[in-house]
Design a protein around this ligand. Structure first.
Ligand SMILES: C[S@@+](CC[C@H](N)C(=O)[O-])C[C@H]1O[C@@H](n2cnc3c(N)ncnc32)[C@H](O)[C@@H]1O
Length: 260
């Protein structure tokens, strides 16, 4: 079995129980040292063969899979494997070669960054959508034209920008050109959940300077949008006047509130 396991954002206790179990059982581990702290490997058994994907091509990784048809293999990806994890090309190989595989979800850096800044990303009447995206960068050819940061910015929703801290001025320009007002709150979270996690709260208009001030270009997630203001509108779901399957409507001052 080849298990594509989400390592979580960094902290060793933010891997899922299932992910930890797969690591503990792995004969072979391939991990990304540039994105996953070594601490996460503490879950691995001592005699597992460990490969660092930082120096490997896809062909190198597939050669390990090919040479070990009966081994328990864990391919450890940062955060959740389904987000910028480059797992599809590996899954395609598994399906073409009739190899069993599974995906073990992980805590994305998106969740860890939101937790670090202490904000809900979906505030009623402010933003009910989260756009996960990135600047095109060196992968420009693989970026669908309709998916520019500028195009998404026009929605004014919450945005999480991955893989883009190396070009802060371009990021700021696209966010402003798309229509976020310069005063829109933004936050950078560098190495969310790592021991040296860094949080910078800023605005879209000052984003580029804020990114530069960290001196960091990788392992940075940029959150943008009015939801980061942190002012909640009352949710319908938990309002006394909102009834649903598990709770009756209760009028102000009424003691009725629980289902029979
Ligand atoms: C190849 S993508 C992998 C994303 C990952 N699959 C996830 O779910 O978070 C790497 C990018 O994710 C973001 N990232 C990953 N881990 C992070 C962390 N601990 N703190 C902040 N950003 C992180 C950064 O934008 C980084 O450049």
């Amino acid at each position: 079995m080849i298990s594509f396991v989400g390592a979580g954002p960094g902290a060793a206790d933010l891997i899922t129980l299932r992910g930890r179990d797969r690591l503990a059982d792995a004969d072979i581990l391939i991990w990304a040292s540039s994105l996953v702290p070594e601490e996460v490997l503490s879950h691995t058994k001592a005699d597992a063969a460990v490969h660092d994907s930082a120096t490997m091509t896809l062909e190198d990784v597939l050669a390990v899979y090919d040479a070990n048809p009966h081994a328990a293999i864990v391919r450890l990806h940062s955060g959740d494997p389904s987000i910028y994890g480059a797992i599809q090309e590996q899954i395609d190989w598994c399906e073409a070669h009739d190899r069993a595989y599974e995906i073990v979800p992980g805590v994305s850096s998106l969740s860890a960054a939101a937790a670090a800044v202490g904000r809900e990303l979906t505030i009623p009447k402010v933003s009910q959508s989260v756009v996960l995206t990135r600047l095109a960068g060196r992968t420009a050819a693989s970026m669908p034209e309709r998916e520019s940061v500028e195009a998404f910015a026009a929605h004014g929703a919450t945005m999480a920008v991955f893989l883009s801290a190396a070009r802060p001025a371009e990021l700021q320009d696209e966010l402003l050109a798309g229509g976020y007002p310069a005063g829109t709150p933004a936050a950078l979270v560098v190495r969310a959940s790592w021991p040296d996690e860094q949080i910078v709260r800023t605005t879209v208009g000052e984003l580029a300077e804020a990114v530069k001030s960290t001196g960091v270009k990788t392992t940075v997630l940029v959150l943008v949008g009015p939801a980061l203001e942190g002012t909640a509108n009352r949710s319908h779901l938990y309002s006394p006047s909102y009834a649903h399957k598990f709770r009756r409507r209760s009028e102000p001052g009424s003691t009725v509130g629980r289902p029979a």
